[in-house]
Write a protein that binds this ligand. Structure first.
Ligand SMILES: Nc1ncnc2c1ncn2[C@@H]1O[C@H](COP(=O)(O)OP(=O)(O)OP(=O)(O)O)[C@@H](O)[C@H]1O
Length: 244
């Protein structure tokens, strides 16, 4: 099966620093990939590469068989950034209808996206007057428009209460069941277990690429946060042995 995304030997420099050091991974459609790791490890940078908005030093990033960011992908890839990406002086409905028009999808799709993120009761409220979590969901509604085949979601559940987080995760799984590839970043480890596969990043490199169950088995702990720490410790010891 052709990979929905394929990243090969990806090197990125930002400012004068190398922030991705030759990253490789590929993923098929219909999966939820969790991108986890500490703040500053390179998650957003990798996501920007998938969407094609990041200058890369070397390597290749292919999405749905096309170079990342190329014109044919514009309607096929959805991106939720960490920064608000909707207009504060428009209502939720006006925002989604505006982006729906840009994508060439109708009002029904806009209303559906609002309902999908649980904002139907706030559809006619100005985005600037929403709470932080509601604001983030308005951005998510716009990313969902047009049912993209690849959805890149940078911290989509930040600021959401547990009930909403659960609803959003249910939706992510439904989208995957319908064939979407979702790449979801988080530094909340309790969300890691909800992903089909985890990419654990540290300092611009993957330190693990496994299903949650395999990660638990390999590290001998049920707690994914502890599993991550054990992998980091094992890697540090390996590096120390190699240097010695
Ligand atoms: N505009 C920029 N110019 C220069 N360096 C940057 C820029 N944006 C990010 N960086 C650096 O690139 C590295 C990776 O940042 P990135 O935003 O990808 O991390 P992250 O894992 O997404 O972090 P967080 O979880 O805090 O969002 C960091 O060292 C960061 O300081």
């Amino acid at each position: 099966m052709e990979a929905a995304v394929a990243v090969s030997d990806l090197v990125v420099e930002r400012g004068k620093r190398r922030v991705l050091h030759g990253v490789n991974f590929s993923a098929p459609s219909g999966t939820v990939i969790g991108l986890l790791g500490p703040s500053g490890c390179g998650k957003t940078t990798l996501m920007r590469c998938l969407v094609g908005v990041q200058k890369i030093r070397s390597g290749t990033v292919t999405v749905l068989g096309e170079p990342a960011g190329s014109a044919p992908l514009r309607r096929r890839v959805g991106y939720l950034t960490q920064q608000p990406s909707v207009y504060g002086d428009l209502t939720v409905r006006e925002n989604t209808r505006y982006f729906a028009a840009v994508l060439g999808v109708g009002h029904a799709a806009a209303d559906q996206a609002i309902a999908d993120v649980g904002l139907a009761t706030h559809a006619d409220q100005l985005v600037g007057a929403l709470s932080g979590g509601q604001h983030a969901r308005a951005s998510l509604a716009c990313a969902l428009l047009g049912r993209p085949e690849v959805l890149v979601l940078d911290e989509p559940t930040v600021g959401q209460d547990p009930v909403l987080r659960q609803d959003l995760w249910q939706q992510f799984h439904q989208l995957a069941a319908d064939g979407t590839l979702l790449v979801v970043s988080s530094h909340v480890m309790d969300e890691a277990g909800k992903c089909d596969r985890l990419l654990l990043m540290r300092d611009g490199r993957f330190v693990a690429d496994a299903e949650p169950a395999a990660l638990r088995a390999d590290t001998g702990t049920d707690d994914l946060e502890e599993a991550f720490l054990r992998i980091i410790r094992a890697n540090s010891e390996k590096t120390a042995t190699e240097v010695a």
